[in-house]
Structures are given as C-alpha cells and as structure tokens.
Design a protein around this ligand. Structure first.
Ligand SMILES: [Zn+2]
Length: 201
C-alpha cells in the first residue's frame, strides 16, 4: 500500500496489462507522476476514445473504427475470392506485413476450447457460415496457429467450408513452429508458409 489511495488505485489499474505485476505497475505509476503527467493524461483520453469506438468489423470481425474495416471496404480484396481464417487480429497484421495475401480475412478471436466454453458461436462461425453462403469464395486458407486447438479449429472450419462447396481449402504450410503463434513468426517464414500452403485433408 502506498501513501495515497489514488496512487493505489492507479497501480491496481495499470496491472490490467499482461505481464505487469505490482512492482512494474508501481514503477510505471511513479514514472508517469514524476515525468510524464501530460502524456499520461493524453493516454487516458486515447484509451477512453479507443475503448468506446473500436469495434468488430461486421464482415470479418477484425477491429475497426466503422462497421466495415479498411480491408473489407476494398473491392479489390473481394475480387480475389480468397478468404484467410486467422485466430487473432495480430495474425492479420502479420500476414499483411508479409505482403503475400491480398484477399479477405475472417478473425475467430480464439480457437475452439469446449473446456473454456468457447464454441462455434463464440468464434463467430454462424457469421462465417453466412459469409460463405453469400460470397462466392474460390479459396479458403486456414491460418490458425499450429497447436492442437488451432488444428482442431481448422478441421471444424474445413468441414463447414466443404458444405459450401468451396473449390480450394488449404492450410498454411510448416515453417510456422509447432505450438507457436502466427504473429511471432518472421515475415519471410510466414510468406513461405503461405506460398507452400497445401490442400486441407
Ligand atoms: Zn473487415
């Protein structure tokens, strides 16, 4: 406990960030109070604005300032008739930075995990189902993380895509380390795993 109730509150609030415990939060709080007060006030405003305004794109579920994200609003992206399924918004960013895919995305915000109560509905699969029914995609690329849960999720989505008679269903190739996260892979590796994607079986 510090000398100020407000300071205690600030230290507790700072711990909302992953990996920040009491000690780090205390250090950050003192740093902000000592040297960065105006920046911290600005950060507060930006946080409020972001939390109030950033929402999920109604088409792909990636984070967006408006109903449709920039990628879904771009007609050229639709013309590729290619859809890449990823677990998280940071995966979209990693794939975009690898400059190897120019189609649309669908963001699951996780993977199937019955034990945690995460099923088809939580991953937005009813929305994906209607997206596959209304858009004529030629190709679905499964780019879930190479983990047991990611693979199980990919299989589930592959059978959903098969019901919509999608011609090409592929999974990104190895090169992405097993058990790793897509967004931690370097751009060259990610680009090559895209190029070497193989039909899903
Ligand atoms: Zn979108």
């Amino acid at each position: 406990m510090s000398s100020s109730a407000q300071l205690d509150k600030l230290i507790r609030a700072l711990q909302v960030q992953p990996g920040v415990g009491t000690r780090s939060a205390t250090r950050i709080a003192y740093h902000l109070l000592d040297r960065r007060r105006s920046d911290a006030i600005e950060l507060g405003h930006v946080l409020i604005e972001a939390m109030n305004n950033i929402r999920q794109c109604t088409c792909c579920r990636n984070y967006s300032d408006s109903d449709l994200c920039k990628i879904c609003a771009n007609q050229e992206r639709h013309n590729t008739r290619s859809l890449c399924i990823v677990e998280s918004p940071s995966d979209v960013e990693a794939i975009e930075n690898s400059n190897n895919f120019f189609g649309l995305y669908f963001v699951l915000h996780g993977h199937l995990s019955p034990i945690d109560g995460i099923g088809a509905k939580e991953l937005g699969l009813p929305l994906l189902d209607s997206l596959l029914a209304t858009n004529k995609f030629d190709e679905i690329i499964l780019a879930t993380n190479p983990t047991i849960e990611g693979d199980a999720t990919a299989s589930f989505i592959a059978s959903l895509a098969q019901r919509h008679n999608i011609k090409h269903i592929s999974k990104i190739a190895s090169g992405v380390p097993l058990g790793g996260d897509l967004d931690s892979v370097d751009q060259k590796t990610l680009a090559s795993s895209f190029m070497n994607r193989r039909p899903f079986s």
